[in-house]
Write a protein that binds this ligand. Structure first.
Ligand SMILES: Cc1cc2nc3c(=O)[nH]c(=O)nc-3n(C[C@H](O)[C@H](O)[C@H](O)COP(=O)(O)O)c2cc1C
Length: 304
């Protein structure tokens, strides 16, 4: 493992000094013009010399690698894949995917969710895939947004590994593992054909319908985010350095047919967060806050 400065041509400054919540290791966050770099292992006292520290250090480096893998490029080229070779992924591919998923940070840390693999699903708009993943919770608020947030990060991760995936909002686990607290199903595997497309092949609303900040790169990343029935039920209002996020309240008959807009909001915030990471901006989401109401929308939270 090398500890040298990753790219000496990029100027860097100390952005933050903090203690890693997960591993209890003090670390210094350096910020370059490009992205955040976490410099682990600045530690004093005898723990520096013991094995536990070394193990923690390696785990932290691994977590850092997963969380800082630049998934931004997948935002502008991914697509929902609905045709797969039925060849299962290898055990090591699945293990790598699980490790990545375990490291993704939640949007609402107080609403933890679980995931499991299942072999069979049923419902409308079925997609035959070699693998299905089900997110499940306890029925708490924030779980749907969390599923959207980490599930979409997984979708970008799959794309970055030349694999494909698709959200299946109308499908359920068809095995005995199914529970009432299941949130959503994803299908994934090796796609038939490419998991990529060009930017001109994205079908999205004009960006002016979803924001007042047409040139903001992180909002452009949200503009490309997938949503159930491609509804794009979000509005992003930028005021100075604060982003206000709104969820569209659907009206009948659409509100009767589609009930997953909370998942869509998690997906939108995932793209915003990946954009922030890529452009070296902080991503701090606050679920509440005082703000003016917006007709036809529910206020979700602020990012600044
Ligand atoms: C929450 C959610 C549920 C979805 N459910 C289905 C589904 O049941 N079947 C399907 O084929 N696609 C489903 N999709 C995929 C969307 O149709 C797709 O993301 C959208 O049309 C945009 O296309 P893109 O993903 O290729 O950018 C779902 C997407 C989301 C985010």
């Amino acid at each position: 493992m090398e500890f040298g400065w990753p790219d000496s041509s990029r100027p860097a400054y100390i952005h933050e000094i903090k203690v890693s919540r997960r591993f209890g290791i003090p670390s210094i966050i350096f910020r370059t013009d490009f992205r955040q770099i976490q410099w682990m292992g600045i530690r004093y006292g005898r723990a520096t010399h013991n094995k536990l520290f070394l193990i923690r250090f390696c785990m932290a480096m691994y977590a850092w690698r997963i969380n800082n893998m630049d998934l931004y490029h997948s935002i502008g080229r991914r697509k929902s894949c609905r045709a797969y070779t039925q060849e299962p992924l290898t055990t090591s591919q699945l293990d790598e995917m699980k490790k990545a998923l375990d490291e993704f940070e939640l949007l609402y840390p107080d609403a933890p969710i679980e995931y499991r693999f299942t072999s069979e699903t049923k419902g409308m708009f079925q997609v035959k895939a070699p693998h299905y993943l089900v997110f499940s919770g306890k029925g708490e608020e924030g779980e749907q947004e969390n599923a959207g947030f980490i599930g979409q990060k997984l979708m970008l991760w799959l794309n970055a590994h030349e694999l494909g995936g698709v959200w299946l909002g109308a499908s359920k686990d068809a095995t005995k593992q199914r529970t009432r607290a299941d949130i959503i199903v994803l299908a994934f595997g090796t796609p038939e054909g490419s998991p990529h497309r060009t930017i001109s092949e994205f079908k999205r609303k004009p960006i002016a319908e979803i924001t007042n900040a047409l040139e903001d790169e992180c909002i452009k990343a949200v503009h490309l985010a997938p949503s159930g029935m491609n509804l794009q039920p979000w509005y992003l209002e930028k005021r100075e350095d604060t982003l206000r996020l709104y969820r569209q309240i659907l009206k009948p008959p659409m509100s009767l047919a589609y009930k997953l807009t909370h998942i869509d909001m998690g997906i939108a915030l995932c793209h915003y967060a990946v954009g922030c990471d890529h452009f070296g901006k902080p991503f701090r989401f606050r679920a509440s806050g005082n703000t003016e109401a917006k007709k036809g929308y529910e206020f979700i939270g602020e990012v600044n």
